[in-house]
Structure formats: structure tokens, C-alpha cells
Design a protein around this ligand. Structure first.
Ligand SMILES: O=C(O)c1ccccc1NCC(=O)[C@H](O)[C@H](O)COP(=O)(O)O
Length: 227
């Protein structure tokens, strides 16, 4: 794929403080995520997320993240927070995910050692997905754990935007982007000082490294060599 003029989208996930949301907006991230998964240390209530959503600058998306939450809870979050995208991390099927009338991104567990991820079965199981997020946790496990995966296991030929997540940090996101050429990258723990507490310096360095990867060009072939 040509990277000319390409800009890797950035999503920062798991906010609990409006000040962190403001700083992420100023740093130029494309989306911020609010976690409503029951077992998460980053879990926020819909009213807290609404306050943070109101701190978002224009042109920055709000993403609501769920993991096997019931439908009424998802609807209440949509009513209060008005997310532009839903992100599902559990065993939700396509019919459930699309039933809310808001575009959704399905998270796929990529923990190494598990079965290969089959492009055809993803297409078949989630025909309504707007995007897929490949995350380093085990099937049934929670995200936001800082676990990475072998990027060469990403399925090829998916006709939907792919977001890479799991164990990304300012120190490795440059390599992750060059290795996978994703539509976007997503990070939670790699920009934190504690779960839900974002670190301004890590957020800034993460964005700088994504921009550096986007400006990176392959070295020209030596003269006399075929292009
Ligand atoms: O963040 C959580 O606590 C969480 C809980 C349950 C399901 C998903 C969760 N987070 C998802 C994310 O924040 C990211 O999409 C992704 O897992 C990256 O996390 P990290 O490896 O910490 O960067």
C-alpha cells in the first residue's frame, strides 16, 4: 500500500479525567475511548463519560467500549454520551452490535498461541462491522492489559479498516506501524501512569512517534538498481 499522504489514526482509550481528554484533543488524537466493561479498572459511569465527552474538542470522536454489557446499558450510554463509534470486546454477535444504529468496531483477541485468525470467518461473522481492532489479550480476557502479539499474525486481505492495539507504547509504536501499516493504532496502558490516569508526556511522545512513522519513507534503491 502506498503511504503517500497517509495519516495513521490514533485512538487513546480508557479516560477517567476530563483534563486528560482535553490534552489528548490538543495533541491531535482522532478518538478517545470510554470503557464501560464491568471488570475494568478504567470503567466509568455514563454520567462521568458525558462530562468528559463535553470536554472533547470538535472533530475528535468519542468511542464507547463494551464487553458483554446488556443492551439496556449500551442504549443508556448512547443516550447520554452520544458516541460516534461503539467498540465491542466480548462475545457479542453482529446482530447485537449493529442493533444500536451506531457504527461499531469489533475487537479480536490475538493472544499468541491461539488459533490463526481467518479473514473469511471474520467477514462472515461480522458483516456489519465498520472496522476491526486486533488486540493482544486472550479470547475472553480483558483488554487494556498491555499485552502485545506477534504482528505477523494479522489477517491479510480484510476489506475493512484495521486498528492495531495491545502493548503499544511510545517506544514501539513506530515499529508497529511500519510492520503492519494499519488504519489506526489504539493504546490504553502504554500512555498511563496508573490504570485510567493518563501521563501527558507519554501521550505526547506516542503521538510524535506515530507522526514520525507516517513521515518515514523507505530508502531509495541504490542507483543502477531496478526500482
Ligand atoms: O481498558 C480496559 O480496562 C478494558 C477492559 C475490557 C475490555 C477492553 C479494555 N480496553 C481496551 C483498550 O483499551 C484497548 O482497545 C486495547 O486493549 C489496548 O490496551 P493496552 O494494551 O493497554 O494498550
Amino acid at each position: 500500500m502506498s503511504r503517500t499522504l497517509f495519516r495513521t489514526r490514533i485512538k487513546f482509550c480508557g479516560f477517567t479525567r476530563a483534563g486528560d481528554v482535553r490534552l489528548a484533543s490538543e495533541l491531535g488524537v482522532d478518538a478517545v475511548g470510554f470503557v464501560f466493561a464491568a471488570a475494568s479498572p478504567r470503567r466509568v459511569h455514563a454520567t462521568e463519560a458525558r462530562t468528559m465527552r463535553n470536554a472533547l474538542a470538535p472533530l475528535v470522536d468519542a468511542v464507547a467500549l463494551f464487553m458483554d454489557n446488556d443492551g439496556d446499558e449500551v442504549r443508556e450510554v448512547i443516550r447520554q454520551v452520544r458516541p460516534t463509534l461503539l467498540q465491542f470486546h466480548g462475545g457479542e454477535d453482529d446482530a447485537f452490535c449493529r442493533s444500536f444504529g451506531v457504527p461499531y468496531m469489533k475487537a479480536i483477541a490475538m493472544r499468541d498461541g491461539h488459533d490463526a485468525i481467518d479473514t473469511v470467518s471474520l467477514r462472515t461473522r461480522y458483516p456489519g462491522a465498520a472496522a476491526f481492532l486486533f488486540d493482544g489479550h486472550a479470547p475472553g480476557g480483558s483488554g487494556g492489559s498491555g499485552q502485545g502479539f506477534d504482528w505477523s499474525r494479522l489477517p491479510r486481505g480484510l476489506d475493512k479498516p484495521c486498528v492495531v492495539a495491545g502493548g503499544l507504547r511510545p517506544e514501539n509504536v513506530f515499529d508497529a506501524i511500519l510492520a503492519t501499516l494499519p488504519w489506526g493504532v489504539d493504546v490504553a496502558s502504554g500512555i498511563e501512569s496508573a490504570p485510567g490516569i493518563k501521563d501527558g508526556d507519554k501521550m505526547r511522545r506516542f503521538v510524535e512517534e506515530v507522526r514520525r512513522a507516517d513521515c518515514h519513507t523507505e530508502p531509495e534503491p541504490a542507483s543502477g538498481q531496478p526500482a
